[in-house]
Design a protein around this ligand. Structure first.
Ligand SMILES: C[S@@+](CC[C@H](N)C(=O)[O-])C[C@H]1O[C@@H](n2cnc3c(N)ncnc32)[C@H](O)[C@@H]1O
Length: 426
């Protein structure tokens, strides 16, 4: 079966204490472990955020940097890989934003962490259906992994051109690759969103924010302490272990909000800075951001976990060999945008609500009309996987940033982006 339920990255609570249980044999060693161990022995424990950054994006041994992590042969599967309907409906949402923005003469589609490039491909196909949008769309991909960038290039252009720069993260160029899609849409790749030109843009981040590094904090009788990663030469199951900082770290002082009620906390400052940057760009140049991810609204505590081969994997085991991910705290993103004059946030709402508001059933019916029996079955199973509350429907959330705006006079168009209210068809 193509869309196995076990493909989903199912989350459970992880307690740092569980790693202290004694096992006779330690887990395996990886290249990244050797690098981390010498760093820890020389300079002492590091934050969980630094550990996560190394595990996922270390230029030589990071999890995302050199292999295809998706699908049956990989570690997980994502919504755009499950059904074309997902990307198509996000594409329609962007067309609506472009119209609400006064149909500017150029539009940038900017995707953060584009994976295999499937989502961008499905969205661009929608834009091509609108003659008014011809020759005005450009695609901007922010991708740290040279392997993923090569996969995106192949999917979007049909070939991989010889590229002298093998490591996207370590080169000095601002745009590290420029190509055109098969339909002639210009594509540029960047390591950092700050390098993408300013202009009216739709910003898409699907399962990107959950890969950004989180700091972890624990409330103790002595006050807040930060969870750190240290070497474990003792009896623990892995070569690394979690420890608590003996005193409050700078991050404890800077990132924990007054009145915080939870006893354990994850904060992703990089996501906070990113949404502020998006809000600034949107207020100045127009457009909208659609951020979709696993997440909660400021209620969850300990969500960091690993995935390998579609199974949960301990966070400190064989670093670099498994994905690490932490649920997105949407209340924190909203808080970080709150001081941004003229920016509006919307959601989070569930993926099911978003897709149903975008009339996914109608798209399903149209696609089924032209499909054979086996394609119809695939379409139906993809629809179920994306919208079923027990599968991806309620687990994934959509969040959006727009400018403050009032609907045009006489128009019934709400000020929310499409997908955040029910579309009406006459
Ligand atoms: C879980 S995958 C999601 C891929 C895709 N959006 C999807 O839904 O299929 C995360 C993506 O973000 C990229 N990535 C992770 N950390 C990044 C960072 N700090 N900067 C840019 N890209 C990053 C990965 O290489 C990968 O393409």
């Amino acid at each position: 079966m193509r869309f196995l339920w076990t493909f989903l990255r199912i989350r459970t609570t992880v307690n740092p204490g569980q790693y202290r249980r004694a096992l006779h044999q330690k887990s395996g060693e990886t290249e990244l472990l050797k690098h981390l161990r010498s760093q820890l022995k020389a300079a002492g424990p590091i934050t969980v955020a630094d550990y996560m950054r190394e595990v996922l994006t270390n230029p030589t041994a990071g999890y995302y940097m050199h292999k295809d992590v998706f699908g049956t042969q990989g570690d997980f599967i994502t919504s755009p890989e499950i059904s074309q309907m997902f990307g198509e409906l996000l594409g329609v949402c962007c067309v609506n934003e472009w119209i609400l923005g006064g149909s500017p003469r150029s539009m940038q589609l900017l995707e953060l962490g584009p994976g295999r490039g499937t989502l961008a491909q499905d969205m661009l196909r929608v834009f091509q259906q609108f003659p008014m949008m011809q020759d005005m769309v450009s695609l901007h991909l922010v991708e740290v992994s040279p392997k993923m960038a090569a996969m995106q290039e192949e999917r979007l252009t049909g070939v991989i051109e010889d590229d002298k720069r093998k490591n996207a993260a370590s080169g000095g160029d601002i745009v590290y690759k420029k190509r055109k899609t098969k339909a002639g849409v210009p594509i540029s790749w960047y390591s950092d969103i700050h390098d993408v030109p300013r202009g009216f843009s739709c910003y898409i981040a699907h399962e990107f924010l959950d890969a950004l590094p989180v700091h972890k904090f624990q409330r103790t009788p002595q006050g807040w302490r930060e969870v750190l990663v240290d070497v474990d030469d003792g009896e623990g199951p892995h070569h690394l272990r979690f420890v608590l900082s003996p005193t409050p770290t700078a991050a404890c002082k800077g990132f924990i909000q007054a009145g915080e009620k939870r006893d354990h906390l994850e904060v992703c400052p990089q996501a906070g800075v990113l949404v502020q940057h998006l809000a600034n760009r949107i207020v100045e140049h127009g457009g909208a951001a659609l951020l979709a991810d696993y997440g909660h609204d400021g209620t969850k505590t300990d969500t960091l976990r690993g995935f390998r081969n579609h199974q949960l994997h301990e966070v400190l085991q064989e670093p670099g060999s498994a994905d690490l991910t932490a649920d997105v705290d949407f209340s924190y993103l909203r808080h970080m945008c709150a001081g941004k004059d003229k920016a509006l946030t919307h959601g989070p709402i569930t993926q099911r609500e978003f897709l149903e508001n975008m009339a996914i059933e109608l798209r399903l019916q149209v696609l089924q009309r032209n499909a054979d029996e086996s394609q119809r079955k695939d379409l139906l199973s993809g629809y179920d996987m994306l919208t079923n509350p027990d599968k991806m429907g309620d687990r994934f959330k959509f969040f959006s940033i727009t400018r403050q705006r009032t609907p045009p006079k006489g128009s019934r168009t709400p000020s929310e982006p499409a997908g955040f209210y029910r579309l009406e068809f006459q």
